[in-house]
Unconditional design. Structure first.
Length: 237
């Protein structure tokens, strides 16, 4: 196995640690810039599968870049930093103690959901409403969607123009129960499943707890929305 492949395997095994420790003598074969680039690429490639990762390291003083070190460490960000920009404090403790700061930019290109056409406020999102466009995830600070299943069925919080990048703030869960709807109330009591009719006193989305009037007892209860027109008096888990 070549040194480069061996280094990538070692780097993958260490991804869960908050900082990177360089094996002895490794820096003698690779420059500091190469080591940091490879380590960040390996980390974010595992974090963001099916994403094109590019690491751009700012120029490092050549004296530092080629300096030998058998105990080198630097922190690894757990998530993409805002704008993809970060500054790493790189430290060496053997054979000499020194540290330097290295600036880097991470570009992570992957397809994300955009609107394919205008969408009216309150409309449910369908497959025809979205298209996927390659974008830099590091610049999408308000979030993004990479899977159609994450978007289809949600409802637009406001009117959306074509070619709008979809974010969690723009969408919400569609209502499965509307205020005034007739609903089925379910409950589990001592292993028995009980069902009765009721009337929704509030709107509700999947998993939300709403007020419901029991048609038989004429008493209001709190119930969880579990599907369209169906609520449960006990949590659905």
């Amino acid at each position: 196995m070549s040194f480069k492949r061996l280094f990538l395997v070692v780097g993958t095994l260490e991804i869960l640690f908050s900082s990177f420790l360089l094996p002895a003598k490794a820096l003698a074969a690779e420059s500091l810039q190469t080591i940091i680039t490879q380590r960040l690429e390996a980390h974010f490639a595992k974090q963001l599968p099916h994403t094109s990762i590019t690491i751009d390291i700012n120029s490092i003083n050549e004296g530092i870049n080629q300096r030998k070190c058998s105990n080198l460490s630097f922190p690894i960000p757990k998530a993409l930093p805002p704008g993809g920009r970060l500054t790493l404090r790189v430290s060496c403790s053997d054979p000499q103690t020194w540290h330097t700061y290295v600036a880097a930019k991470i570009i992570a290109i992957a397809p994300v959901a955009y609107t394919a056409r205008a969408i009216a406020k309150g409309s449910s999102i369908t497959a025809k409403d979205i298209r996927f466009v390659k974008d830099n995830l590091a610049t999408l600070n308000r979030g993004y969607f990479r899977d159609p299943a994450q978007v289809i069925g949600l409802k637009a919080r406001r009117s959306l123009s074509p070619n709008t990048a979809l974010t969690p703030q723009l969408l919400e869960a569609a209502l499965l129960v509307n205020k005034g709807d007739s609903v089925i109330i379910q409950a589990q009591i001592s292993g028995l499943s009980i069902r009765t009719q009721g009337v929704a006193l509030e709107d509700g989305s999947l998993g939300e707890q709403i007020d419901v009037m029991n048609s038989r007892s004429q008493k209001a209860i709190r119930a969880y929305v579990i599907s369209r027109g169906v609520v449960s008096a006990t949590p659905a888990y």
